[in-house]
Design a protein around this ligand. Structure first.
Ligand code: NAG
Ligand code: CA
Ligand code: CA
Length: 164
């Protein structure tokens, strides 16, 4: 009886252990096979998945490229999220925040939801040269810069929901 039970439990145990180790070490191969994890090549933090594009783009184009991948331009909602992105993705990146519609009125959106969180660097936003209407985030906070600057792009999408 024991002889019959042991290998099965051992195999199941080893598989779960393997998946756990590979997922926590950020290996992408396990991601697709586990519900609740991000798709292949996307990084996970909490309930969000992120991917950096291979080229730097102007702000408006950045979102177009994200949309093509079924995602939107990143919009961190806390200092913790920003730190994760700075440390694990790139030190500087566009965020979905602009005052294009009304100068001085900043609209930040996480998907379709408005975001109140702000993290401007000292002296920013300063609308430098009268033409800084898009925001980029970095280690020391946000800066408004010209929207046609070429900056790194991180796309975000919600992590798949767990269904048991
Ligand atoms: C910001 O987010 C909104 C809502 O998802 C979207 O319509 C808009 O195109 C985004 N802009 C950029 C540049 O990502
Ligand atoms: Ca402005
Ligand atoms: Ca500025």
């Amino acid at each position: 009886h024991l002889k019959k039970m042991l290998p099965k439990r051992l195999v199941v145990g080893l598989i779960s252990l393997c998946l756990m180790i590979r997922c926590t070490s950020g290996n992408e191969r396990c991601g697709a096979s586990i519900r609740g994890a991000c798709p292949l090549a996307w990084s996970q933090w909490g309930d969000k998945c992120y991917k950096q594009l291979s080229e730097n783009l102007p702000w408006a184009e950045a979102n177009q490229e994200c949309i093509k991948m079924g995602s939107v331009l990143v919009m961190p909602q806390s200092q913790e999220e920003t730190e994760y992105l700075v440390k694990n993705m790139i030190y500087y990146f566009w965020i979905n925040c602009s005052d294009l519609q009304v100068e001085g009125t900043w609209v930040c959106q996480d998907g379709t939801t408005g975001v109140e969180y702000r993290n401007w660097r000292d002296g920013e936003p300063n609308n430098g040269g009268g033409r800084e209407d898009c925001a980029a985030a970095g280690e020391s906070g946000w800066n408004d810069v010209p929207c046609d600057d070429l900056s790194p792009v991180i796309c975000q999408r919600p992590a798949p929901q767990l269904h048991f």
